[in-house]
Ligand binder design. Structure first.
Ligand SMILES: [Zn+2]
Ligand SMILES: [Zn+2]
Length: 460
C-alpha cells in the first residue's frame, strides 16, 4: 500500500495498517474539491448523521454563517441550494470588515445560533473555520466548511486556535463533517490568500525533513508513508504554481487538496509533526508578537512562507560550514539556566510562563541532553548532510514561487524590528517540544552565527 496512490477520499474514514507499524485513520466524512464541487452539497446533506444517530431530515434547521466578504463570494448560492433542497435556513453574516479567530467572535456566533439548529454551514477560510469548529463542537452539532480561499492547512484540523486575552489558546474540537473546495469559488481569492496557502504548503518540505532528522538524531518515530504522501502533494502544488497565478482550476484543486491532505496526515500521526517544524515555530512567535502589540499581523501562511525562506537559507549556510564537534560541545557547556530564563522573560513577555514550564519538562538545552544529541549527529553526519542538501534544493525555490503570487519572503516586509526578529530566531525553538532546525543549529553551536547572518542579509 502507498498512500500517495490513493485519492483524497480514499484516505479518509478507513483504517490503514501501515508499514510503520501503526494504524492510521482520519475521521472526516466528506471531502469535495474541484470544479463544481459545491453541487455535491445537497447530496452530502442527505446522508448527514446527527449526534443521536438519526439522519438530517428536511425539517431540520440549517444555520449558515459567513462574513460580509465571504457572503459576497458564495453566500447566496449556498443558501439557495439549501433552501431548494428543502431545509429551513437561518443565517448570520458577521458585519465586521475584517474577522479574526478571536473568542469574542465565537461568542457573537453563539448568540445568533438558533436553539433548534441541526447543522452549521460556514462559508469562509481560516478564521470562520476556526470559529465555527469551536462553536459547533461546543453545541454538539455537525458542521461543513465551504472554503473561499486555499489559504491555510487548518481545514481538516480538529483543534481551534482562538485568541483570548492577547494569548492564542488551542481548544479541542472535532473535524468538519464536510470540506467543500469549489475551484470557481477558490479562484476569487486574492493573491495574498493563495500565497499564504502556498507558504503553508512549502513549509512542509522543512517539516518532513526535520522529522526525518529527528528520527536519526533522537530515534523519534517517523512514518515514511505519511512523509512521502505529504511531499508528493507538496510537489504537485509546486509544479502548478503558474496555474495558481492564472487561477486555473487544476492548480487551485491541487493546492486545496494539499492543504486538506496535510490535515489528514496530522490525524494519521495524532499530532502536527508532519506539518510543522521550525518554520512554524518562527511563525507562531511572530504571530504572538503581533497579538501582544494588539495587531493581527499577517496571515498564518504568509508568516510560514517567509519563515520557510529563512530556515532554508540557514540550512544552506550551515552546509558551507565545517562540522565542528569540539565547538558544539564547548558551546553546550556554556548554557546557564538563569541567564536563559531572563532572556525568555524579556523576549516572550506575556508568553514566557508557558515556555519556562515546558523547559522544566523537556530540558532541551541541558548540556547533558545536548551532548547526547551531538554524539548522535556525529554518528549520522553523512545521512544528515544528504537530507539537508535535498531540503535546501527544494526550498531555495520558495522565494521565487511565493513572489509569483506577490507573497512575502523577507522579515523586513513584516512589522518586526531586527532585534525582535533575532529573538525570534534564537528562541522560537523553545515554544514547542519538537526537534527541528533551530534546535539542531543550537546543538551544533552555530545558532547565533546563523541568526546574525540572516539579520545581516535581510534586515541591515
Ligand atoms: Zn505509518
Ligand atoms: Zn500552518
Amino acid at each position: 500500500m502507498s498512500f500517495k496512490e490513493l485519492s483524497i477520499n480514499e484516505l479518509i474514514n478507513h483504517e490503514f495498517d501501515c508499514s510503520c507499524g501503526k494504524k492510521h485513520i482520519a475521521s472526516i466524512e466528506n471531502i469535495a474539491i474541484g470544479k463544481n464541487a459545491l453541487d455535491k452539497l445537497p447530496g452530502i446533506m442527505e446522508t448527514q448523521k446527527l449526534k443521536d444517530g438519526s439522519i438530517l431530515s428536511k425539517s431540520d434547521k440549517v444555520f449558515i454563517v459567513a462574513d460580509v466578504n465571504t457572503w459576497e463570494v458564495a453566500g447566496e448560492r449556498v443558501e439557495s441550494m439549501v433552501v431548494q433542497a428543502g431545509y429551513p435556513v437561518e443565517k448570520y453574516i458577521f458585519p465586521h470588515k475584517s474577522m479574526h479567530a478571536e473568542d469574542k467572535y465565537a461568542e457573537e456566533m453563539k448568540e445568533h445560533l438558533p436553539a433548534d439548529t441541526k447543522l452549521i454551514i460556514a462559508i469562509g477560510s481560516g478564521s470562520l473555520n476556526d470559529l465555527t469548529r469551536y462553536v459547533a463542537f461546543g453545541a454538539g452539532l455537525p458542521y461543513y466548511i465551504v472554503a473561499t480561499a486555499p489559504s491555510m492547512d487548518g481545514y481538516a484540523s480538529n483543534v481551534s486556535p482562538l485568541v483570548h486575552n492577547n494569548l492564542k489558546i488551542t481548544y479541542s474540537a472535532e473535524c468538519a463533517n464536510a470540506i467543500i473546495g469549489d475551484t470557481d469559488i477558490l479562484a476569487t481569492a486574492p493573491d495574498v490568500m493563495i500565497a499564504a496557502g502556498l507558504g503553508d504548503v512549502l513549509g512542509k518540505y522543512l517539516a518532513i525533513n526535520d522529522w526525518k532528522m529527528s528520527e536519526l538524531i533522537n530515534g523519534e518515530y517517523y512514518c515514511p508513508e505519511v512523509g512521502e504522501l505529504v511531499l508528493y502533494s507538496v510537489k504537485k502544488c509546486v509544479d502548478t504554481v503558474p496555474g495558481l497565478v492564472n487561477r486555473e482550476s487544476d492548480a487551485l484543486q491541487y493546492l486545496m487538496e494539499s492543504l486538506v491532505l496535510i490535515g489528514i496526515a496530522m490525524s494519521y500521526i495524532g499530532f502536527s509533526r508532519p506539518a510543522s517544524a521550525s518554520e512554524h515555530h518562527i511563525s507562531h512567535f511572530l504571530e504572538m508578537k503581533s497579538i501582544f502589540k494588539g495587531e493581527y499581523g499577517q496571515l498564518h501562511g504568509t508568516c510560514v512562507g517567509m519563515a520557510t525562506c529563512i530556515v532554508s537559507d540557514m540550512y544552506a549556510k550551515f552546509l558551507t560550514m565545517p562540522f565542528d564537534y569540539d565547538k558544539a560541545r564547548a558551546h553546550a557547556e556554556t548554557f546557564d539556566y538563569d541567564t536563559w530564563e531572563k532572556e525568555i522573560k524579556r523576549s516572550f513577555g506575556l508568553g514566557a510562563d508557558e515556555v519556562i514550564k515546558l523547559y522544566k519538562q523537556v530540558h532541551q538545552n541541558d548540556p547533558e541532553v545536548v551532548e547526547k544529541r551531538i554524539d548522535s549527529i556525529q554518528n549520522n553526519e553523512a545521512k544528515l548532510v544528504s537530507l539537508m542538501e535535498d531540503v535546501v534544493a527544494d526550498t531555495q525555490k520558495a522565494p521565487q514561487l511565493l513572489k509569483a503570487l506577490h507573497g512575502l519572503t523577507s522579515p523586513a516586509e513584516f512589522n518586526v524590528t531586527k532585534e525582535e526578529f533575532k529573538d525570534i530566531l534564537m528562541y522560537a525553538k523553545e515554544l514547542r517540544n519538537r526537534y527541528a532546525a533551530l534546535q539542531f543549529f543550537y546543538d551544533m553551536g552555530v545558532l547565533e552565527e546563523l541568526a546574525d547572518d540572516i539579520i545581516e542579509k535581510y534586515m541591515k
